[in-house]
Design a protein around this ligand. Structure first.
Ligand SMILES: Nc1ncnc2c1ncn2[C@@H]1O[C@H](COP(=O)(O)OP(=O)(O)O)[C@@H](O)[C@H]1O
Ligand SMILES: [Mg+2]
Length: 253
C-alpha cells in the first residue's frame, strides 16, 4: 500500500519544500521506496534535489495536460530509493487550465493511480490554496502542515483547516492530518518557545514531538542540489528530519 502525503501550507517560506526533500530522503534511508512529486511551479524541490531544468521533461505539467502518468516523467535522484516527478514554470499555467477540466479536483489522483511501487509519495505543494494544492489534497491519504515558529505561525491556519475539511466532505473522505511540524525552531529564542507552547496547546497530540531547528546547513544544502541529509548527515537539521521519519513510521504501526 502506497501512502500519499501532501506537505501543505498556503504561506510561503515555512519549510514545505525543505521538509518534503529531507523527509523523503530520510524515509529512503530507512529503506522505503519514495516518490517525490513537485507540485510547485517554482520547482524548488526539483532544484534542491539536483534535477537540472533540461532534465525535467516530461514534467508534472505535461502529465496534467494528458491526465495520465508517463513513466518517463519519473526521474532517479542522487538518493537511492528516491525518485521524483519534477516541476518547471509551465506548471503555473496548470493552475488556470485546470479550472476548465471536468472533475478538475481529481486530475492528480488520476495521474498517481498507477504508481504502485512506492511506500510513500510526498507532494510538495505551492504556497496557495488553489487547484494545485486542492488536487494534491484530493490525491492524498494525509497532510503534513509545517509551521514556522514565529509570531504569525497560526495566521492562515483556520483557512487551511477549512480547506482540508471541505475536501474531506466533498472529494476525499479519507484525508486526515498526518501531523503539524514546527520548523525553524530556535530554542534560545523566547518567542520561538512561546510559539511552540501555543501551537501544542492549540493542536495537542497532532503536533509532532520532533521539531526542526533553525540550522544553516539546511539552508545551504539546496544550492548544492543535495538534501541536507546528504550534504551533512550530522548537522542538527538532518538529525531532526531523520527523527521525524522515525516518528512517522512509529505512528503507522
Ligand atoms: N530548519 C531550517 N533552518 C534554516 N533555514 C531553513 C530551515 N528550513 C527552511 N529553511 C530555509 O527557509 C527558506 C524557506 O524554506 P522552504 O522549505 O523553501 O519553504 P516553503 O517551501 O514553505 O516556501 C529556504 O531558504 C530554506 O532553505
Ligand atoms: Mg516551497
Amino acid at each position: 500500500m502506497t501512502k500519499i502525503i501532501s506537505i501543505a501550507n498556503q504561506k510561503g517560506g515555512v519549510g514545505k519544500t525543505t521538509t518534503t526533500i529531507n523527509l523523503a530522503t530520510s524515509l529512503s534511508a530507512i529503506n522505503k521506496k519514495v516518490l517525490l512529486v513537485d507540485a510547485d511551479p517554482q520547482g524548488n524541490a526539483s532544484t534542491g534535489i539536483g534535477i537540472a531544468y533540461k532534465d525535467r521533461l516530461p514534467s508534472l505539467y505535461d502529465l496534467i495536460v494528458k491526465r495520465e502518468l508517463d513513466t518517463n516523467s519519473i526521474k532517479k535522484t542522487i538518493v537511492p530509493n528516491l525518485s521524483i516527478i519534477s516541476a518547471n514554470t509551465n506548471l503555473a499555467a496548470a493552475e488556470v487550465e485546470l479550472a476548465n477540466y471536468e472533475k478538475r479536483e481529481f486530475v492528480l489522483e488520476d495521474i498517481l493511480l498507477n504508481t504502485k511501487a512506492y511506500d510513500f509519495i510526498l507532494i510538495d505543494c505551492p504556497p496557495a490554496l488553489g487547484l494545485l494544492t486542492i488536487n494534491s489534497l484530493v490525491a492524498s491519504n494525509s497532510v503534513i502542515v509545517p509551521l514556522q515558529s514565529e509570531f504569525f505561525a497560526l495566521e492562515g491556519m483556520s483557512s487551511l483547516v477549512n480547506t482540508i475539511q471541505l475536501i474531506k466532505e466533498n472529494f476525499n473522505p479519507k484525508l486526515n492530518v498526518e501531523g503539524i511540524l514546527l520548523t525553524m525552531v530556535d530554542k534560545r529564542n523566547t518567542l520561538s518557545s512561546l510559539v511552540e507552547k501555543d501551537v501544542r496547546e492549540h493542536f495537542g497530540e497532532i503536533v509532532y514531538k520532533t521539531t526542526i531547528p533553525r540550522n544553516v546547513k539546511i539552508s545551504e544544502a539546496p544550492s548544492h542540489g543535495k538534501p541536507a541529509i546528504i550534504y551533512d548527515v550530522n548537522c542538527s537539521g538532518s538529525m531532526a528530519y531523520i527523527g521525524l521519519a522515525r516518528e512517522i513510521l512509529n505512528k503507522q504501526d
